[in-house]
Design a protein around this ligand. Sequence first.
Ligand SMILES: [Cu+2]
Length: 188
Amino acid sequence: MRITQKDIDMNTRCMITLLILLLTPCLSYADNTKTPAEKTTKEAVKASAKKVAKEAAKEAAKEATKEAKSKSPKTSKRVYFTSPADQATVKSPVKLTFGVDGMSIRPAGQDIEDKTSGHHHLIIDAEGIESGKVVPMDKQHIHYGKGQTSATIELSPGVHTLRLQFADGAHRSYGPEMSTSIKVTVTK
Ligand SMILES: [Cu+2]
């Protein structure tokens, strides 16, 4: 029997096919089983990516809180009358009640350097006091230096402007930011 070139070709093809069949499971096995080192590296990369994402989220949250904090004090600091209401018609003597937000009430003279506390002043028919200036003490400027949050005052009939002015322990005004005014009409 003569071996032709065609037979050799067939044989080679068979051999190659067999080889491929034999090698395929080996190759896929090699692909599936990563060495522990490879696994650790992949996991480390995953873990560090997670960490970076977590830290970025933390930073963003921090920034948001900072912004909120820097905005809130300005809007929450204020004084106000809880009564009477603005434009109210009242009879003398008039009972007044005062409120304050963002600062605490402390009797005058206790801690004159503390800029987070103070006491109320009622200003009748006059302007507020510029920041840092001492609130005068007269008929139109009444100090509530004991830390009072209410008062009863006599008012003549007619329209009056009642102004609250918050000031520190040495009676130095906190300025227009800590001042408010209402108008009342006093009837006989
Ligand atoms: Cu005072």
